[in-house]
Design a protein around this ligand. Sequence first.
Ligand SMILES: [Zn+2]
Length: 276
Amino acid sequence: MLVNLNDVLRDAQKKHYAVGLFNTTDTDMLEAAIAAAEEARSPIIIGTAEVLLPFGELKLIAPSIIAAAKRASVPVVVHYDHGLTEERCMEAIELGFSSIMFDGSLGAPSENLERTAKMVKYAHSRHISVEGEIGHVGEASTGDNETNDMYTTPGEAIDFVRTTGVDALAIAIGTAHGAYKTKPKLDIERLAEIRAAIDTPLVLHGGSGLSDDDFRNVIRYGIAKVNIFTDLCLAGVAAMRDGIEEAYLDIRNRKVEYIKRAVMRKMELFGSVGRA
Ligand SMILES: [Zn+2]
């Protein structure tokens, strides 16, 4: 069934588990993610991100994701990740996404606040949930996670959720997008302070490549949604490598199976298995 973030994250926050967002660029990844959620009886968030659109056009992938969500036997949020422009977010809503992330974190904080608040107003009038970001989760390839001047402060978080009314908040505590060059160091103390300061479910981006203990730790200290993409790509690559001698459709099936297993592993780690 198609639901929005509020339908899954409130329960996760209350019961101290996290729901994964698994981004998909094609129907193989989509099939793998949905099959994992149904087998694990887990709620799931599926989507695509603005930076991934060159690899899977929004107008093509959106109807598949939405159809898969509607017929799934578990709650599925269809989420537009890292919407950078109002136009694209509105297009995703138009196409039937139940949730969006509006990411104004690259701009000045005051501008981020103002643009996110406007987007929330628009989305909420259509029963669409909104995730915002304060502080900035950068790119692992440029070492963005190694300096803490972009980390979220509790004061900023309080201000941001009060002004914008977002349903979920992405925070920067030491992770980055993509594959890490050096092991990330997470600021758990900062996470605990932010958790204590606000009620809004918190989101961790840049989760691929963290250790199992890192995940247990951030979930214990208040993360309710974790974004995963790179790990699924790695599973897909492993399938293609292992199936190199096979026929195209056999490689395709192997890929779905490997990605499904990678998703299920994360669901077990996040504690979302059996929650649907
Ligand atoms: Zn992200």
